[in-house]
Design a protein around this ligand. Structure first.
Ligand code: MTE
Length: 300
């Protein structure tokens, strides 16, 4: 099958693998070692004064296993990921339960190196393995009236200690407009750094939308619904003022509590110079047309 998308990033741009796996430890370690206040000071100098280190780093998470930054790595191992199936329903010709193996057999898997902006001010370059969401939607047969795609994460309280707490109205939910979902950049990832996804990163399959913030990348997906209505999304339900439906990386629209105009590269060192955040996380050429004529300050 012909490649439909070419990458401008190479292996040389990839965030060192050890830093990716250890970033929670790295960030937590800095806070634990008393460097938190130093880091907090550095952050404050750069205009993020109201945020503690904890607040800045806790965005990278899997809240079903707890909101603590180390919780997912302790508890996510208990999640059963096989057998796994994804229910695809709503405005599709072939609704039903699709087994993970069945999906893999039908899809073309490839590796893609994407910029990923997880914690608000930190960026990474990650090699993901996955397939285009558009291909999965084609398998289900999208009907004419469909305008949005809604996603849900597994909700299994026996295996997920974090869902005892109503920090999010469980299950975790996300959504895309249909044209965003069909964009060739949008993938369902099944692996990372050449390995199957670890549970804490969303095994066995999670969404990756490289021009949006990491929180849009819903993990461990069990349900995909095609609808004609904009679906509710977890972070928007939790805090509509801070998290909009679109969640595009946009240096011109600040988060209410911090600037998004610059970012720090993971691996660049704690005191490395911040770099300007790129519009749509560097994917402007590919996706700007999706938002033509929209007021992105309103649809943030
Ligand atoms: N998906 C689910 N189901 N639950 C979550 O808490 N956290 C989101 C997103 N997907 C989250 C989720 C957030 S806030 C981020 S930053 C990314 O996952 C982090 O993904 P990573 O840990 O693989 O980098």
């Amino acid at each position: 099958m012909a490649k439909r998308w070419t990458n401008d990033l190479t292996a040389a741009d990839v965030t060192p693998e050890a830093l990716f796996w250890n970033r929670r430890k790295l960030l937590a370690g800095m806070a634990g070692a008393g460097l938190g206040s130093i880091a907090g000071g550095a952050v404050a100098e750069e205009g993020l004064a109201t945020n503690t280190w904890e607040e800045v780093t806790s965005y990278c998470n899997f809240y079903e296993f707890g909101t603590g930054k180390e919780d997912p790595s302790y508890y996510a191992g208990a999640m059963t990921t096989s057998p796994w199936s994804v229910e695809i329903d709503g405005l599709v010709d072939n609704p039903g339960s699709y087994g993970f193996e069945q999906i893999l057999e039908a899809m073309t898997l490839e590796e893609r190196i994407y910029r990923f902006r997880c914690v608000e001010a930190w960026s990474m370059v990650i090699p993901w393995q996955g397939f285009e969401l558009a291909d999965l939607l084609a398998l289900a047969g999208v009907q004419d009236g469909a305008k949005y795609v809604a996603f849900e994460t597994l909700l299994r309280p026996d295996e997920m200690p974090g869902v005892r707490y109503p920090v999010i109205d469980w299950p975790y939910r996300e959504g895309l407009r249909l044209d965003e979902a069909m964009n060739p950049l949008t993938i369902m990832a099944t692996g990372i750094f050449g390995k199957p996804l670890p549970n804490q990163n969303g095994a066995p399959l999670r969404l990756v939308v490289p021009w949006k913030y990491g929180f849009k990348s819903i993990k461990s997906v069990v349900k995909i619904t095609l609808t004609d209505q904009e679906p509710p999304t977890s972070w928007n339900m939790a805090n509509a003022r801070e998290y909009g439906f679109y969640s595009n990386v946009n240096p011109n629209v600040n988060h209410p509590r911090w600037s998004q105009a610059s970012e720090r590269k993971i691996g660049g060192g704690l005191f490395a110079k911040r770099q300007p955040t790129l519009m749509f996380n560097g994917y402007e050429a590919e996706v700007a047309s999706l938002y033509e004529g929209m007021d992105l300050a309103k649809h943030f």
